[in-house]
Design a binder for this molecule. Sequence first.
Ligand SMILES: [Zn+2]
Ligand SMILES: [Zn+2]
Length: 331
Amino acid sequence: MPELRFNVITREWVIIATERAKRPDQFVRKEAKKPLPEHDAKCPFCPGNEAMTPPATFVMPDNSNWRVRVTPNKFAALNYEGERKRVMQGIRRTVTGVGIHEVMVETPAHNMTTALLSDREVEYIIQTYMDRFRFASSDSRIEQVTIVKNHGDAAGTSLEHPHSQMIATPVITSQLRLRLSHALEHFDEYGECIFCRVQSQEVEEGARVVLETEHFVAYVQFATFTPFSFLIMPRRHMACFAEINDAEAADLARTLRRCLAKLYHGLGDPDFNYVLRTAPVEYSGVKYYHWYVSVIPRLTKLAGFELGSGMFINVSLPEENAAFLRGVKVD
Ligand SMILES: [Zn+2]
Ligand SMILES: [Zn+2]
């Protein structure tokens, strides 16, 4: 019998197709990806081609020998310059398209991937996220800051050179607004952060845990929507990513790198997205919300039912996914 499971964080049902669930090894990539060159003369993100992008807004550790380089997106979804203006016209409303859309080049090497970087190099990436998140959050026109990574065609990458993006928007999305309000309702009813509660139950049960470190727990959600998706959640209660301290940032770098290495070695470098899900900075310190990183391998396609209903059918078992990832040995 298939099982419907309720995701208490998103408040959505998911169908776990227990009987026709695929085994974890059926998700392993069959044909190797085509190898990339270490340097591509036409790539705007490769060293030596810096003039092909707008001037850098941030570099780690310095300009002469950068390991991470941030520039405004040349094809930005939103304009940095301009005033946020809301216009109401009858039932219609519009807001001027101001915001911040940056590209964070994660490594000088065209053919590198996070799973194979050193912990120090991933730490540069996390420190870059912290800097850009704080920068965008301090702009009074900005309501929401989203940091994402797209890896591979199925994840929507247009350039193969490893990079993340930050899109800071002049409005808050209904997805985040709903999650904030659901978390607040849970806090009012039960007097606890729902994320802390879920995390402690997952740690206690252990069946869906992928990896535990001093400051983070990576686990597959009980009602996860897609095969091998998992969360990396800080143990310490924090509503906003900007509240992270240096020790936690270093541990996040190592945890993220190890988790991605498990995907890389276990599933043959699958395409994936990861998203930093956080409350906006003005929610720092609230007791009911809790930031985390959501890692979503793109192993299946959305079909009409998912688009039409908002309900996912997961053709794998969360417990088997977690056990499989736990078993992939990484340093
Ligand atoms: Zn490149
Ligand atoms: Zn919490």
